[in-house]
Design a protein around this ligand. Structure first.
Ligand SMILES: Cc1cc2nc3c(=O)[nH]c(=O)nc-3n(C[C@H](O)[C@H](O)[C@H](O)COP(=O)(O)O)c2cc1C
Length: 343
């Protein structure tokens, strides 16, 4: 094992207290719509090592009326409830409160408020990153939710709408003051959809501004990146996005002094294919595996051939055949995944 992986495990494999709960290690799954669903999270749990799981973002307006057994998003396994945070999205504090109460009553680890999604269709309804335009109102929403629930309350946010480090520092202080128990910070301005590199130096500034735990997020793709983020920013933990999908075993590899043997990509993909069929109806199962396949394919030279074949498959059998054909050819694994496929 590399020396930095040893140090990394040492930094990550430590408990962290968030509000009135404690997680066992500090490497967590970032929220990702279409990717961080119940089936993928089961795969992660089977591979071991993840400290906390964030759900895909869920509309706060819908949560009070959702039925766990048939909802596509508000859905989890009992086994993950104690380390699953449900992410809520919405413009309206009252609805946010009602949704947070429902999440708490279901016994999940906690609630996360989305102040980071910069997708235009989301922002035009004054939610996600749009709320960063009015930091006082965003903090007021967090305060209202804080008053309503006792479970851990987390907030994920990004730099803001201008590239000015004072904005996230100021917001982080407001969020702590409003009662947030932990922050996940992605240091990019709102219109930037992962084109320019994340500005990790801002994570250090945010961490220094508050006393609650801060998870750094953005552009961690290997063990070296992860160690560098922890050491240069002083953040308490790291939230992994795209690399968690492309290489789900990194949670085990980076947090354990003696990691489990590496997993075969094909076996892993086939297992996820089984899991999406267990958890979703046939159309959703296909859609979700297609989305995942871009991240799987990013690991290989000429991976786009795999992604294209899976994207064009009309059923599960077609997907199995695409996987078998690609891996039979002995594809060459890339040291770092192909970013063009992991947007
Ligand atoms: C496909 C995709 C979906 C995402 N969905 C969400 C989401 O629902 N909520 C959220 O807060 N962030 C979302 N994000 C942002 C990630 O949580 C993370 O901040 C971003 O990918 C940067 O981290 P990374 O460089 O480790 O991927 C999404 C990112 C991707 C790639």
């Amino acid at each position: 094992m590399l020396k930095e992986e040893n140090t990394l495990a040492h930094l990550l494999d430590r408990p962290l207290t968030i509000g009135n709960r404690t997680i066992t290690n500090r490497l967590v799954l970032a929220p990702m719509t279409g990717l961080g669903h119940v089936a993928f999270r089961q795969l992660l749990d089977e591979l071991g090592g993840c400290g906390l799981l964030f759900s895909e973002m869920c509309s706060a307006a819908r949560i009070p009326h959702e039925n766990r057994t048939n909802s596509a998003y508000f859905r989890w396994r009992d086994e993950e409830a104690d380390h699953l945070v449900l992410q809520l999205l919405g413009p309206d504090p009252e609805r946010m409160v009602a949704a947070a109460r429902r999440v708490e009553s279901e016994g999940l680890f906690g609630v996360d408020i989305n102040l980071g999604c910069a997708v235009r269709e989301i922002c035009k309804f004054n939610q996600g990153a749009a709320l960063l335009k009015e930091p006082q109102a965003a903090a007021a929403m967090v305060r209202q939710v804080r008053r309503a629930v006792r479970c851990p309350l987390l907030v994920k946010f990004r730099t803001g709408w201008q590239d000015d480090p004072r904005l996230p520092v100021e917001l982080a202080r407001r969020l702590e003051d409003a009662g947030a128990d932990a922050l996940t910070f992605h240091p990019r301005v709102a219109p930037d959809v992962r084109t320019r590199p994340a500005r990790w130096e801002y994570i250090g500034l945010v961490k220094a501004a508050v006393t609650i735990p801060v998870f750094g997020n953005g552009d961690v793709f290997d063990a070296e990146d992860c160690l560098k983020m922890l050491q240069t920013t002083g953040c308490d933990g790291v939230a992994l996005g795209r690399i968690a999908i492309a290489r789900p075993w990194v949670f085990n590899q980076w947090t354990q002094a003696t990691p489990a043997p590496p997993i075969n990509y094909l076996d892993m993909a086939l297992r996820l294919l089984d899991l999406v069929q267990i958890h979703f109806d046939p159309i959703r199962a296909l859609r979700r595996f297609k989305m995942y396949s871009a991240y799987l394919a990013a690991n290989f030279s000429f991976g786009n051939t795999l992604h294209n074949r899976i994207r064009n498959a009309v059923d599960i059998q077609g997907m199995r055949e695409a996987l078998a054909a690609f891996f039979q050819g002995g594809p060459q694994e890339l040291k770092r995944p192909n970013m063009n496929l992991m947007r």
